[in-house]
Structure formats: C-alpha cells, structure tokens
Design a protein around this ligand. Structure first.
Ligand SMILES: Nc1ncnc2c1ncn2[C@@H]1O[C@H](COP(=O)(O)OP(=O)(O)OP(=O)(O)O)[C@@H](O)[C@H]1O
Ligand SMILES: [Mg+2]
Length: 645
C-alpha cells in the first residue's frame, strides 16, 4: 500500500502535529464525502423531472383513486358543504332582522340548528369519501410500484442504488398515504370557501367586483412565482434524501467493518454533511412559505378594505335601508375570514403540487422495462414433466450484463447429456456464475440459444423455467424467520420431511435413530445446529455460520427436488468432510437430475461424469475427468496444483 509522503514525513508524537494530522484527515474526508454526495445526487438530479408536475400525473392519481365519478362526487360534496355554510350565516342575518317575538325565537333557533346539523353531516360524508378515495389511490400505486420493481430485470438493480428504491417505497409512499389526501382536502375546502366569499360579497355589493380584478391579477402572479420555487425546493428535498438513505443502509450493514477500522467519525461527518444539505432544502421551503404568507395577508387586508368601502359606497344608493345593513354585515364577516382561506389555498395548492411529485416519482418507475413474461401459453403444451431428462445445449451463447458492457460469455458451445453430473472449474471471473444465471434467464442471452431437452428456454415462461431448475447460489441467502419458513416458505412439506433433509445435510441429528452408527464429523457433533424446525433465523441468517447457511440452502434445494440442479460454489465454506458428504447426498438424491457443480476445490468435482473448464467466457475443455487427465491441459494443471497444495 502507498503511504502518503506528507503523512510519513511528520512525527506523530507532538500534540501539535497530531491535531494537524487529524485536521488534514478531516479535510480529506470532507472533500471525499462532498464528491460522493455530489456523485450520488447528480444522477438523481438528472433523473428528476423539472417544471410543472404534468397533468398526466394528476390523471394517474385520479384514476387510481377511482376516476371521474369519484371526482364528481367529491366536488358535489364540497359544493354542498359550502352552500349550506353560506345558508347558515345568511340565516343569522335573516334572524337578526325578522326575529322578535318569544315564540318565534325557538323556531329560528331550530332552523339554525338543523342547518348546522346538515353542515356536520355533509362534512363528515365529504371527509369519508375523500379519505377512501385517497386510500384506494395509494394502495393501487403501491401495488403497481411493487409489481414493477419485482419484475424489473437484474440490470435495473445493478444500476440503481438501493437507497433510491427504498426512498420510493418509504418517503414517497408516505407522502401519498399521509399528506397528499389531507392537502387535497384542505385545498378544495379553502378554494370553495374563497369562491363562496367572493360570490357573497359581489352579490351584496356589486361594486366589489371592480376591485376584484387587480386583486386577482396580483394573487395569480404571486402564486405562480411562489409555486415554481417551492416545487423545485421540494423536489430537491426528495432527491437529496436518497443518498442519505443509501448511506444509512450501508452503514448499518457494514457496522462491524466500520468499527474495526475506527471509521465512525468520518462516517458521522459524512452523514452530518448530507443531513445539512438536505436541511438546506427543507429550511428554504419554510422560508418560501413565510414569503408567501406576507403577500397573502396583504391581499386579504385589501379584500376586507374593499368589501367595507363598497358597503359604505352602496349604503347611500340603498337609502339607509336596514335590510341592506344586515347583508353588508354578512359580506364583511365573510371578508374577515378570507385572509386565512386565501393563505391556505395557495399554500395547499403548492403543497399539493409538491406532494404530487411523489406520485410523479412513483409513476417514473412504471417506465422500467419488465422481465420476460412469467407464463406463456406454450408452457401448457410442454406438458407437466418438462424437462424430464435435463439435457442442456448451449449454442454459441453470448451474454453481457447490460448493453454497453463487454461480453462475459463469448460464444459458448456445449452439450451436457441428460442426467449427467458436470463439474465446472476455471479462473475467477471466467464466467461460471454467469453461465448459471443465463440458464435461469436472470440475465438474458445476447445472441445464441440454450436448449433444455430440445426446447429453447427463451420460449418458456419464467415461472415455469425457474421452478424446474434448483439453484444453490454462490452467496447463500436466508430470510429472517424460522428454519421452517426458510426451507419451506409455502408450507408444502411435513415436519418429518424437513427433519429428514436437515439430517441428510448434517444440520440435525435424530438422537434416537443415530445412536448406533456415527461416522462423519458432522454426525459426531454433540449438539446439532438445528434443534427444531421452529428455530429462529435472524436477519439474513446472521446467527448461522456461512457454511451452515450454505447447508441450509442446500437442504432447501433437496426439499424442492428438480431435474436440473446448479450448485455455484455451494460448499465453498464448509469443511472438506461435510463437502464430501454433500457430494454423496447429491449423487443419491439427485440421481435422476442433471447436476452442475461449480467448484474451486477440485476434489469436490473429481468424480463428476464430465468436467467443464471455463476460460474467458468460453468452454476451454469439456470431457470426462479421466480423458482430461490423460490428455493434459488446464484441468490436469489444476489437479496437479491442488495436489501440491
Ligand atoms: N452484475 C454484473 N454486472 C456486470 N458485470 C458483471 C456482473 N457480474 C459479473 N460480471 C462480470 O462478469 C465476469 C464473469 O463473472 P462471473 O461471476 O461469471 O465469474 P465466475 O467465473 O463465477 O467467478 P468466481 O470464481 O469468482 O465466482 C466478470 O468479469 C465480472 O466482471
Ligand atoms: Mg462465481
């Protein structure tokens, strides 16, 4: 490793030098984190849309919420609530002018109570309808998002940082669930109340309409100015959150590595740095809101002023009529409350647009291409037993992980006879795992074809294909839950069967049955790894060693049974004894299956029927081990090397 000359040249024992050193390190990490933050962000900044949230996004949300009829129903409800509200205030005016006798009071009061009861009931109905529509929309959107992501091809996961995906599922979905509907509700109700206020004032004092024109012009111009800024700030806020989430996730995953290297401080700094950047955007959204509030207060004040002025002006033309005085009072009381409604209407309008950005971001993911079809009509024609033999033919198979990347399989030609046991070896990066992925169509071939029992796998639905091939991957994956949920997630097998396979891989010892003959090391273990199928499995199987995890995954494959079994370094982390035992189990249990075993440990594949030596994406050698050994070549070199070791 290169040593930085500057750091090597200073003596680290004087305190001054030490603080200097620490400061220098700090600066460097700061620079690093800056670059990382920028790098992560620019990607997503590029990805983000600019300008208005397009109408399509609103339409998509409305469609998910239930479409036109639900929309009409909601508008009607809001109209009804506002209408009855105005009626209730008007009734007060009427009452104040006509109510006089004692008996009449009760009647007036009863009508007033009835009107207000109607307000309460319609408001309740309105809230329920809007909430249900919102709930429906977010459920639909979530399901669509989940569906799209689950069907996305591997290249999507390779190129998209996990934080970005999590952000869609957490922050954006939260916004749609929690904020969008309530802002929509507030927006509609304030808009309706502003409109009703203006209608009431204009109908009582028509002079008011003249002043209304400049007010509206000012209002619209301010709102547009504000909206642009506010929307972009909100977008920034969501974009900056992604690297933050990503860093948080990575830190949690790598917490032991971070501790081991004592990198807490530098990570903390990086996190604080990102938080600061995110807070910048958030703080500015708050500032922008204050800016707007001041302007709206002014508009509200002018509305009150003009409402009063026009009442005074028109008082003369009505000749001091007492009835007009009551109505003018009504108009002014409406005007007094308009400031708040105005303020809220604009804020809610921008909030709604800003929240719609969440829908926009979720909708963006709809453009992700999907994997090939899960099921095809042709699957049925294959019959239930395909592939009964498991003969595999690669014809000039070329594979690359993504367009623009170099080929990884470079024209592979290979015929694996039915039910044979094939061992694959080759240098790191030769394409062994890629070959396995191609067989499962996790990554699709560029050109060429793979035929299983004469059927091109490209013509088979993915579910069908993948259910018939068991893969034991290079890195064993367990899920938190119990041993049972890991082996048999769909509850298809009995406990006895589970214990049997666990016993076969050496993770479970049936004390009653095994007391007589104990042979291999794993059987001699005094305490078996798995005591019951209900044993807990922690997150990603952390309470098992890597070797034990591999054995569990192997047990899972045993349970499933398949006609083609692929083991990609599945026993790399277990001891030689256990490995040999697994090979034996495989020979018996997968007797009728085609088994492909990738192994660096030559011994574990020496007694295969065939050996494939991969080299740089091609099949360098393929023959029986005996032939390869006598002929000489890469395989014999590998065997000799392993013997020397
Ligand atoms: N997800 C990926 N995206 C892009 N390139 C990849 C990806 N996975 C593997 N590669 C490239 O494909 C080549 C072959 O990788 P592969 O995993 O098939 O090697 P391997 O033979 O299984 O090696 P090992 O013995 O280390 O498991 C490598 O050069 C690697 O850079
Ligand atoms: Mg590999």
């Amino acid at each position: 490793p290169k040593k930085s000359p500057k750091r090597a040249s200073v003596k680290a024992d004087s305190p001054d030098v030490k603080t200097q050193l620490i400061k220098k390190l700090d600066d460097e990490t700061e620079k690093d984190s800056d670059i990382i933050v920028k790098g992560l962000m620019t990607d997503e900044l590029k990805e983000r849309e600019v300008g208005h949230v397009s109408r399509k996004v609103y339409v998509a949300w409305a469609k998910a919420a239930g479409g036109t009829w639900v929309g009409i129903l909601i508008i009607l409800c809001f109209g009804a609530v506002e209408g009855i509200n105005v009626l209730s205030k008007w009734w007060l005016t009427y009452w104040s002018q006509h109510g006089s006798s004692e008996s009449g009071e009760i009647q007036f009061l009863a009508v007033y109570a009835a009107i207000n009861l109607a307000v309460i009931i319609t408001t309740f109905i309105r809230v329920v309808i809007v909430m249900l529509a919102g709930l429906r929309a977010s459920r639909r959107l979530f399901e669509e998002l989940l569906d799209v992501v689950l069907r996305a091809p591997m290249s999507f996961f390779d190129t998209t940082p996990i934080g970005r995906i999590l952000n869609r599922f957490s922050k954006d979905m939260y916004t749609i669930d929690e904020n969008l509907v309530s802002t929509l509700r507030s927006y509609l109700s304030t808009i309706f109340s502003v409109v009703s206020t203006i209608l009431v004032i204009s109908s009582i004092t028509p002079w008011f309409t003249v002043c209304l024109i400049p007010i509206i012009i000012f209002y619209v111009s301010q709102q547009m100015y504000f909206n642009i800024t506010y929307r972009e700030l909100k977008r920034m806020d969501s974009v900056i959150r992604s690297p933050l989430y990503a860093l948080l996730g990575e830190t949690l995953d790598g917490v032991s590595t971070i501790r081991a290297f004592g990198a807490e401080q530098s990570l903390l700094r990086r996190l604080v740095d990102m938080l600061n950047k995110q807070q910048n955007a958030y703080f500015l959204t708050c500032t922008a809101q204050c800016w707007l509030a001041i302007r709206l207060e002014i508009i509200g004040t002018f509305i009150i002023l003009f409402a009063c002025l026009s009442a005074v002006l028109q008082h003369g033309s009505h000749g001091g009529d007492a009835g007009f005085a009551g109505l003018a009072g009504l108009a002014i009381s409406f005007a007094l409350s308009v400031t708040q409604s105005l303020n809220w209407s604009v804020r809610m309008a921008s909030d709604m647009e800003a929240n719609m950005v969440a829908v926009e971001r979720v909708e963006q993911y709809r453009k992700i291409p999907s994997e090939a079809a899960r099921a095809l009509d042709k699957d049925v024609a294959l019959g239930p037993y395909w592939p009964s033999l498991g003969a595999i033919r690669f014809e000039n198979a070329k594979l690359r992980y993504r367009p623009g990347l170099p080929l990884v399989l470079k024209g592979l030609n290979l015929y694996i006879p039915a039910r044979s046991k094939v061992g694959i070896c080759g240098r790191t990066g030769a394409g062994k795992s890629s070959l396995c992925l191609a067989l499962m169509r996790i990554v699709e071939l560029d050109t060429g074809s793979i035929k299983v029992d004469g059927v091109d796998i490209r013509t088979v639905g993915l579910s069908r294909l993948r259910s018939k091939i068991a893969v034991i991957p290079q890195d064993p994956v367990l899920f938190s839950g119990s041993v049972r949920t890991n082996l048999d997630p769909f509850n298809e097998f009995t406990d006895e069967r589970l214990y049997e396979v666990l016993g076969r891989v050496g993770l479970y010892v049936d004390r009653a049955a095994s007391s007589s003959s104990l042979s291999s090391m794993s059987e001699r273990q005094t305490s078996p790894v798995v005591k019951s199928v209900e044993d807990e499995v922690f997150e990603s199987g952390n309470n098992f060693s890597v070797g034990q995890r591999q054995l569990l995954v192997f047990a899972r494959a045993l349970l499933r049974g398949a006609n083609v079994v692929i083991m990609d370094e599945a026993t790399a982390a277990v001891d030689a004894d256990t490995d040999a035992r697994i090979q034996r189990v495989m020979r018996v249990d997968f007797q009728h299956a085609t088994c492909i075993t990738v192994a660096h440990r030559i011994n574990s594949i020496l007694d295969s029927d065939y050996i494939l030596v991969m080299d740089d994406g091609r099949a360098a050698e393929f023959d029986t081990p005996a032939n390869l050994l006598s002929r000489g070549g890469m395989f014999r070199d590998l065997v000799n090397a392993s013997k020397e070791a």
